[in-house]
Design a protein around this ligand. Structure first.
Ligand SMILES: [Ca+2]
Length: 511
């Protein structure tokens, strides 16, 4: 009976759309405006996720207005691949791009011309598709996927810093190895890119052609490194030792490749005359871990990061999040004042989580909960605000947006529409999340399965396909993933079951 009720609600909500798979359910004039906000490197350390240490009143406001996914996961904890997956609706194994090299993306697009991005798809279905800031990875966007070419400044802004001699001067783009890890200039919001970009977004909203539905994608780069935000956002946060990672040690019994996220930075270290051990032993890996952050000025290239510096880094991360939150607030205010807030479909997410010292790591690029779990909020007409513990994935957003917009879905999508979770957030289900990460180039790949209770990871060698490591974390007893249980005799049967579930799920999703 329960199944039937769910099903009828589902059909009621999306009407004939799923039945007539290839047809658009809603006439163009009735399709809602869509606002997609993607914040870079944002872990769910937010008030609406039960952690009020970082001040995010506006994201919290959006969460009260929509449905918050408590357990949403990225497919790949690195910007480029995660965003390609989000925008194309394909999983990383189908995309085959695991680095930030442009030629891999070019090859992917040649190999999979059917993998139409959501911007191109919506544009082809009557939407005015507009993007600001970082939506695709730098340099990977394609102008004709949007109704007008990308907004200015989108590729150079990541390493934006202020002139330290005179912060009121126009901002500069730093060389990576000469870029300070943090800056807290006493400047107005719009002196930095995120503020200026937000003003452009508002201008576009005010001057838009309202006869055509709009797909507006806004990508904020902060809190990606370097941590640069106006001083007043630093002044809001005063981290003490309770902010330090609860699990600063590499998980007991875990392989180095599980948490060593510096393997792609050997060349970056060489640029400053350092030789990073590759592959490192366990002790070396701990010393060199988090090199993405260590490559900026103001953090030791290797070795211990003193507590006082950790607290300043936490303050700086928090400041960047609050700065972005304020910009999100400006967009919400605009929608509210023009009475568009309730009729706009709003999707808020990031590309992956971020280690702030957990598992000896800083940054992303692991398969742990801390790097794969993401904030995800969906708000829009037709369903009530709430929260759900149903497991969701970023790859689900593409089909969800299509369903909610009343447009057909392309055939290549690998995620599943989240409409059932939005209409019945309380209902439990047995959904899973799949994430993966390639380590030491693509020499090894770790594939992770998140079930209701467990995180299970297998690491396979590219050459020969041998499984070199397994990880099992029990979230009922160990939510911080501090002990790898995979080799325990008493879990042998569980490991076997999870491994067969994992392999079947990944195989099913490759095409
Ligand atoms: Ca990112």
């Amino acid at each position: 009976m329960r199944l039937f009720q769910n099903f009828s609600l589902y059909v009621m909500w999306i009407g004939v759309l799923t039945v007539l798979h290839s047809a658009d359910a809603a006439p163009i004039a009735e399709r809602p405006d869509i606002l997609m906000i993607v914040v870079d490197d944002l872990r769910p350390m937010l008030g609406c996720y039960g952690d009020a240490r970082i001040r995010t009143p506006n994201i919290d406001r959006l969460a009260r207005h929509g449905v918050l996914f408590e357990r949403a996961y990225c497919q790949y904890a690195k910007c480029g691949t995660s965003r390609l997956s989000l925008m194309t609706g394909l999983r990383p194994d189908s995309i085959g791009v695991f680095s930030n090299r442009d030629k891999d993306v070019v090859n992917f697009r040649k190999r999979r011309p059917d993998a139409v991005s959501i911007s191109r798809w919506l544009k082809g279905r009557g939407y005015y598709a507009l993007s600001f800031g970082k939506i695709d990875h730098d340099g990977w966007h394609v102008d004709d996927e949007w109704s007008v070419p990308a907004a200015p400044g989108r590729d150079g802004e990541m390493l934006e810093v202020v002139d330290s001699k005179d912060v009121s001067k126009p901002t500069l783009i730093a060389d990576r190895i000469a870029c300070p890890v943090m800056q807290s200039p006493d400047v107005p919001d719009d002196h930095l890119f995120a503020g200026r970009m937000t003003q452009q977004v508002l201008d576009n909203l005010r001057n838009r052609d309202s006869t055509q539905p709009m797909f507006l994608a806004v990508g904020y780069r902060r809190p990606h490194l370097p941590f640069v935000a106006p001083k007043r956002y630093f002044d809001m946060h005063h981290p003490d030792e309770t902010w330090l990672a609860r699990n600063p040690l590499a998980a007991a019994g875990s392989p180095v490749m599980a948490w060593f996220n510096s393997d792609g930075y050997v060349g970056t270290a060489r640029r400053v005359g350092l030789t990073m051990p590759s592959p490192p032993n366990r002790e070396q890996a701990i010393q060199w871990n988090g090199y993405e952050m260590r490559s900026y000025l103001g953090v030791p290239n290797h070795g211990q990061i003193e507590t006082s510096l950790q607290l300043r880094l936490l303050q700086a991360y928090a400041a960047c999040v609050s700065y972005v939150d304020a910009q999100v607030g400006r967009i919400l205010d605009e929608l509210e004042s023009t009475k568009k807030l309730n009729s706009t479909l709003i999707v808020f997410c990031t590309d992956h989580g971020w280690h702030l010292g957990e598992h000896s790591a800083w940054g992303k690029m692991t398969n742990f909960e801390i790097a794969t779990r993401v904030p995800m909020i969906i708000a829009g007409p037709g369903f009530e605000a709430g929260r759900t513990r149903k497991i969701a994935e970023l790859v689900d957003l593409y089909p969800t947006i299509c369903d909610m917009a009343g447009v057909a879905k392309p055939d290549h999508l690998q995620g599943e529409s989240l409409i059932p979770a939005l209409t019945e957030p309380e209902e439990s289900n047995d959904s899973i999340a799949l994430s993966q990460y390639a380590r030491f180039g693509t020499k090894y790949t770790g594939r992770a399965l998140r079930t209701d209770r467990y995180r299970f990871v297998v690491w396979d060698a590219k050459k020969g396909g041998e499984t070199v490591h397994r990880e099992l974390y029990d979230h009922d007893s160990d939510p911080d993933e501090t002990v790898n249980l995979a080799s325990k005799e008493e879990h042998r049967e569980l490991v076997r079951t999870l491994e067969s579930q994992l392999r079947e799920a990944f195989l099913r999703n490759v095409k």
